[in-house]
Structure formats: structure tokens, C-alpha cells
Design a protein around this ligand. Structure first.
Ligand code: ZN
Length: 65
């Protein structure tokens, strides 16, 4: 473990750590959900696969490794 790789959030352009970042490549859960939500809603429609329901964002379950 020598370097701490950083990424730039594709959503808000802030820098975020890659390591120990469960929301990568985003900086936060918020950005991740927003982006995935838009991706699922506006650009892609995957039949029968409901990964992110925008209505459930506030009740998003805790994700832990
Ligand atoms: Zn962000």
C-alpha cells in the first residue's frame, strides 16, 4: 500500500479516494445514486432489472462489505 489513488467523481467532479470508497467511482452514495438513477431511468431501460428505484433512495439499505 504505497499510493492513495484518487478518482474524480463523474457526477460532481470532486476528488475522492478510490480505496475504501464503496461508492466509487463516485465520491459519495448520493452521487452514485443520482447517477445510477439517471442511467437507469433516462438512458438505459433494462427490462426486468430494477436496480435503483428513485422512489426508494431515501430508504436505501445500508451496504457494508
Ligand atoms: Zn460526487
Amino acid at each position: 500500500m504505497t499510493d492513495r489513488q484518487t478518482i474524480r467523481c463523474p457526477r460532481c467532479r470532486q476528488e475522492a479516494l478510490w480505496q475504501d470508497n464503496p461508492f466509487r467511482p463516485f465520491c459519495s452514495q448520493k452521487c452514485q445514486l443520482i447517477d445510477l438513477g439517471r442511467w437507469a431511468q433516462e438512458e438505459y431501460k433494462v427490462p426486468g432489472q430494477k436496480l435503483m428505484d428513485p422512489d426508494n433512495l431515501l430508504e436505501f439499505p445500508n451496504e457494508r462489505d
